[in-house]
Design a protein around this ligand. Sequence first.
Ligand SMILES: *Cc1c(COP(=O)(O)O)cnc(C)c1O
Length: 222
Amino acid sequence: MSIKNNIEKFTQTLPKGCRLIAVSKTQPVEKILEAYEAGQRLFGENKIQELTAKYESLPNDIEWHMIGHVQSNKVKYMAPFVHLIHSVDSLKLLAEIDRQAKKVNRTISCLLQIHIATEETKFGFSESEVLETLQSDQFKSLANVRILGLMGMATLTDDQAQIRKEFKSLKTLFEKIKSLRIPNVAMQELSMGMSSDYKIAIEEGSTFIRVGTAIFGERNYP
Ligand SMILES: *Cc1c(COP(=O)(O)O)cnc(C)c1O
């Protein structure tokens, strides 16, 4: 299957309310353009340097999504153009995004990454940490960021029931936060699902699936 066919297949089968982010990390500009020509406009990257380089060399109507772990000292490079940061995992990082957003006169939309997997290595807030953060005085003082929802990555496993359980727990937390009606916090977007588990994620209420391999094929890491 070509990139074009893959994009078309996703576009035709995605339910209303769920959008596809084409994860283009490690992919060259030519491959991204192939997806673009098939109509894809939302792309995701996990490294700020790569994100910025691709933003500069690709069409202006692409929405760039940052999906990987963010180092505070690099936020300034993406602040002028990033559409949505999915991977905010600390109040300290959120404060830096706010600071850089102010400098370029923007309000930057963010998702909070929640640790739902059993693996230790995945980043993110625990449930109690996220509730504490959203109710803190420091959070209330941040005027140039807007929280639009949550992001999570399930455990890398073949156990479908385990994956489903993790996505359900994220959705439950999403509904709980929504019911708290915290100022400047809108629970609209739920970013969950990758090539191996997007079908389950969609069934469990995902609004953004982040898909790389199933569009571009296997990545060749340098
Ligand atoms: C790489 C990546 C994806 C896409 O992974 P695939 O398995 O290639 O679909 C999704 N989300 C995040 C955070 C990633 O880093």
